[in-house]
Design a protein around this ligand. Sequence first.
Ligand code: ZN
Length: 502
Amino acid sequence: MTAALAELRHRLGEIADLRRAERMLIWDMSVLMPAAGGGARAAQLESVERIAHERFVDERIGQLLDQLEPYADGLPYDADDACLIRVTRSDWEKARRVPAELSAEIAKARAESFEVWVDARERSDFDSFRPALERMLGLKQRYAECFAPYDDPYDALLDDYEPGMRTAEVRAVFDVLKPELTSLLAGGPSDEEEGFMRGLFPVDAQHALSLELLERLGAPAGEFRLDPTVHPFATNSGLRDIRITTRYAEDDLYSLFTAMHEFGHGIYQHGVSPSLDRTPMETAPSRTDFSMALHESQSRLWENLVGRSLPFWRWFYPRLQETFPDVLGDVSLERFHRAVNRVRRSFIRVDADETTYGLHIILRFELEQELVAGRLAVKDLPDAWNARFHELFGFEVPNDAAGVLQDVHWGDGLFGYFPTYQLGNVLSVQIWARVAEAIPDLEEQIERGEFADLLGWLRKNLYVHGRKFTPAETIERVVGGPIDPQPYLRYLRDKLGVPSTA
Ligand code: ZN
């Protein structure tokens, strides 16, 4: 038994190393690599991916799991070894369902569709993107078929980002949100942008402030890096080597919110128990992370619930004024706080305020289910998008670049990913409510720039578990029940100053 366990751990440890190497190749590609390195890097990534996949789907892993399952049955459900064997079994069975030839074709289609999409979006020309999207949709439909029988083909795709979650469960949450968000949206106008938000904010000063912020929030020096990139993300090489990326503009302070958002992702990874190091439980065996909704709940918690709150700016605003005295010296705290919480209706998801954001996701969730099920043809997608957009938002999409072509996801094969963003928003508020119960003087602590209790609670109740449990089990553990949209709706009404209907 101990020999089988040692062999399994050894094999999984090697695969975890390959995955970490893969993540560092991607990090380097996005942060440091000269443009001409693209071809060589694509080949490296394909090789590492193939080797890691082959090693993982090996028969030997299955034999070891067969031997170890009786041992796991005798352990408590939450014991590390029991979780290791359960999680590895589920990942292994899933990975073996998809033929290597199909995975390779999807990877190739992803690489090829990216530039087509960039070009199509630039020219707002959906027709030039259509063949690439049709091909990708066909491949993902074949991918979903690998997991038949299912109640809904979308289940198979959603499962990659939210393991174990069913389409019907997402629909139940979104069915509550949709009418509420629509009525909140109809009730409120957009705020004008304040001129001072356009700077000038020199990039060096923003970088220094971001570093200072990360350290104060709880990123230990020597264990985190912060680098600029085009599309910010967080990744890691080990549990003590966290890479956060951000972006800067001299006429905007979004870098501070991006830094806090990516800090949330990074600190989640950083908080995984060292006993799960180099196992599938430290992070997922596929290219995705563990529950994307839980991950996003943490980026949103640090970005919005901490980073856009009044107590936070009571603490940090003087530092900001000191750094940019010409721009902010005469701007009051209240005015600044309002400006960073501006209600902003937008065609573009990533620019949308928190109310509009949820409707953006619901729109995509509905359309992608119809695409995957074959009820909507790609050629009819722009019309369907525009009609549905008008129905939900009450205004017209001006062109495809501001509509159906705005996101990279579908061309990249990420059907089933969008809902996790909104589930993350919903969960962030649910988790926040639990933290606020546990730490009665949370606001006062934040006002003093103290985050140790908050971080400690999140580590102990959430981060430490990594992927030991399914997302549903983890959510139950941390909030004491399933995903519930009500706290999130109360939070939005509060923010918008709309009296609660309940
Ligand atoms: Zn995120």
